[in-house]
Design a protein around this ligand. Sequence first.
Ligand code: GDG
Length: 731
Amino acid sequence: MPKTIIVSNRLPVKIQENEGQYQLLPSEGGLATGLGSIYKQGDNVWIGWPGQAIDDDKKKQVAEQLKELSLVPVYLTTDDIEEYYEGFSNSVLWPVFHYYASTYTTYKPSNWEYYRLVNECFKDAVLSVAEPNDTIWIHDYQLLLLPELIRRERPDVSIGFFLHIPFPSHEMFRLIPWRAELLNGMLGADLVGFHTFDDVRHFLSSVSRILPTPISSNIITCQERYVVAEAFPMGIDDKKYEEMARSEDVALQIQQIKETFKETKIILSVDRLDYSKGILQRLQALELLLQDNPEYIGKITLYMVVVPSRDKVPQYMELRNQIDKKVGNINALYRTLDWAPVNYFYRSVPFETLASLYASADVCLVSPMRDGMNLVSKEYVASRVNDDGVLILSEMAGASRELIDAILVNPNNVIQVKDAIIQALNMPLEEQNTRMRQMRQIVSKFNVSHWVKIFMDRLDEVKFMQRSLQTRHVGGATQQSIINRYRNTNKRLIFLDYDGTLVDFKPNVNQATPDAELYEILNDLLADPANHLVLISGRKHENLGDWFGNTNIYLIAEHGAWFKQPGMEWHKVGGLSTNWKPEISDILEKYIDRTPGSFIEEKTYSLVWHYRKAQNGLGELRANELMNTLKFLATDKGLQLLPGDKVVEVKNMEINKGKAALTLVDESDYDFIMALGDDLTDEDTFKALPDSATTIKVGTGASAAKFFLRNPDEVRSLLKALAVSTTVNQE
Ligand code: GDG
């Protein structure tokens, strides 16, 4: 029975040491709750670090205790924790991914080495339990290399990866010396999930700039596989907060809070200690409010829970001191005998207390400088069973994409945050209700079970898509059946596109000349009198003539505008207009002026704008612009726009490879027709040919072709195999 394996840095468990014995308590974090329904079923397991160093002689016993909770430990040494966790994960990846990289960030090779090694340890732990049909779901930035490490050993296993923190823009990400290794690590997964669409965009842009892998919309083609990147905003267990808010225990605590604070309005904030959470900036906003609007003195209080975290990392110790100081200053300036502006707690509070605070607070102030999602904002909303209360939310938190009815603020704009607090304190109940109801609907619909379900469903779909791609790939049995048909036929017509099909693209169009191997392959095919080869290309006829004019190949150039039978002269399709050229040429010239590295190529019935040498990204941008500019003009003038590989071609509509191919197909009764091509123009050929034809696209994009090959190397192998197959037959 296939199982699901969850992998994260930390296990969802708290360990308490009591007189040399370890006691394990399941933790109630959001991830643990969300995945609880999965990892506790059947043989499913959760693999991770138990959260503290365990004495060697107790490891076996702890592993057995963990097993009862369906958990498998990865034990880390003190050095591992210092270098992999506090070092690379929390002092390199965390700051860079939250836009806190600075000239002072150190990229220590030893940190990286440990990060690699610990990811290997996790791989060993996964492999010790993984079987071929299992699904593995890996979580977060500490394990970016793990998907690829597992993929190498288990090529077919289903792997999902989810990043809980933001993925930064390429400009930040590229600072990391090991950026390519990190991306390759993530691409070992089949599905890579993020909280927001912006994270997806940033990830795709880093992949496209750093790696040579082709991307089409959100699908990355990694050798054998499609990898999909998508946004799955994480939700919470909304019912748990709702029930808690209605429970008797909490009602009692709410009563106590009300009695303590009486008429004072409570502004609540709850965060882990972290510079990304904007705690100091929030205090500044409160200070400004008390200074500019003294009428609120004695009327409001900031109830600030900061949960200790990473307190061994120097920046965190420093941050804690700064917060202590700032809170001290504000309280010293404004407090009265029975009132303090800030009620500050540097500790974790029990879940019931947290729930009562959510239920009691008039305002919840969530103002991170950067946050992957931020679950606190959703928990506050879920706890507001009477549809009242106001959420102030930083637009830098992933949650702001869903909770658009919150008061959204830029946390760097202290004045705006101060104004938002005033707006929240004075918001009429009716408006509170309207906003809160909308947000509660969203939090309830997109809850954590929904998140788990859509992620897992999508992972299954991606696997399905990969398998169907696999069956269309010409290799193994598919290749053999094509060879068998080829061998058993006597009159064959074979259409071959040139660029991107027989030869790879080169930076310069004139560099893509045929090599000795290609001539040899074509000659071997021509040696069989049953074969009629047609080279069908968008290239200029002069080019094709120079390279193949003396061979027995039928040549079709410029998408069908020119044709040449073996041993004969070139002929041009007549009667077509070229009056459109000057006007279009003027437009293309403007694009050349604005896009260094681009140029125009003129053919008999077409003009081509090439941008292969333009700056990465700029060429694509201009090509889109150009397509938009030419769209309507082209239809009016009977022209067709062809976006190709780093080119945009404008040509007479009447000319197309499909029409050209058909004239040959109609001439004789071929019993084997095959066409290979890589771009949009070849689609016309694929569509025009009869159903019985073997059509093969070079590349993995969508196509009307029945099969695909990945690149010109694979094309050459197939052609060689075909040529050899009949030689063997004759022997
Ligand atoms: C990362 C990303 C992303 C907090 N204080 C107490 C307490 N908590 C609980 C909250 C909430 C959780 O901790 C904090 O979650 P956040 O989402 O706010 O932040 P991170 O820990 O930084 O988490 C973040 C998240 O992963 C999920 O993908 O949203 O962006 O940084 O559930 O309730 N719980 C208790 N006592 C406390 O004092 N019991």
